[in-house]
Design a protein around this ligand. Sequence first.
Ligand code: PGA
Length: 256
Amino acid sequence: MLLRKKLIAGNWKMNRTSADAVQLVKDIVVVSGKEHNVDIVVCPPFTALESVARLLEGSVIKLGAQNMHPEASGAYTGEIAADMLRALFASYVILGHSERRSYFKETNAFINQKVLAALKSQLKPILCVGETLQERETRATLKIVQAQLEQGLQGVSREIATNVVIAYEPVWAIGTGKVATTAQAQEVHAFIRSLLATLFGDTVAQKIRILYGGSMKPANASELLAQRDIDGGLIGGASLEARSFLDLIQAAAAVK
Ligand code: PGA
């Protein structure tokens, strides 16, 4: 038996109105709603969470959000708190995505506050880490990933660490069609696992899922998902179409 159940998460980003999201999720439920060997998560925009949640009732597919604010409530115009997401039956939340880090200047310290707030509200954070092209070219990849991971997980206790999911997303591979080679991805995933072992002990580290993200598609997924430390995918573009999302789920289910 696999130690870690594979997880395929769709990050819809700023795509789909509530009505369009309903159509997409209906198609996804029809084709993949009975897959028990893979954990499946869809992360629509905030405005579609409620309508999507309704359609996911009774299916194995879980709901996730794409961001949240660390405070529980208050004067934070335009922001959403963890309990608001829980009230809509979200069970995951993507945190520290590179688009949040670069366009909205989110720091590791701020992302860490969100991770802690998410866990406190029983939301499973999908903490994204990854280097830019320039950082890879200057051989800073592992240093950057280490800082993002260690600072992002500060204060997370060993007891709840298995509720965290890590997503390694090389920034140069996101939405570019340029996927990391399996060797490049596995190297960083194994490094992340070793850091998790230092933080939480080996038994816990072996249970934490580490997803790959960045131009993952049906055509390249099987090879990536077969790597020892790649436990699933965080999928952008290819999650916006039911057929390709299903193909990715099936690729994950086929890994022995
Ligand atoms: P992509 O996005 O699959 O479109 O590259 C992945 C992500 O940003 O999570």
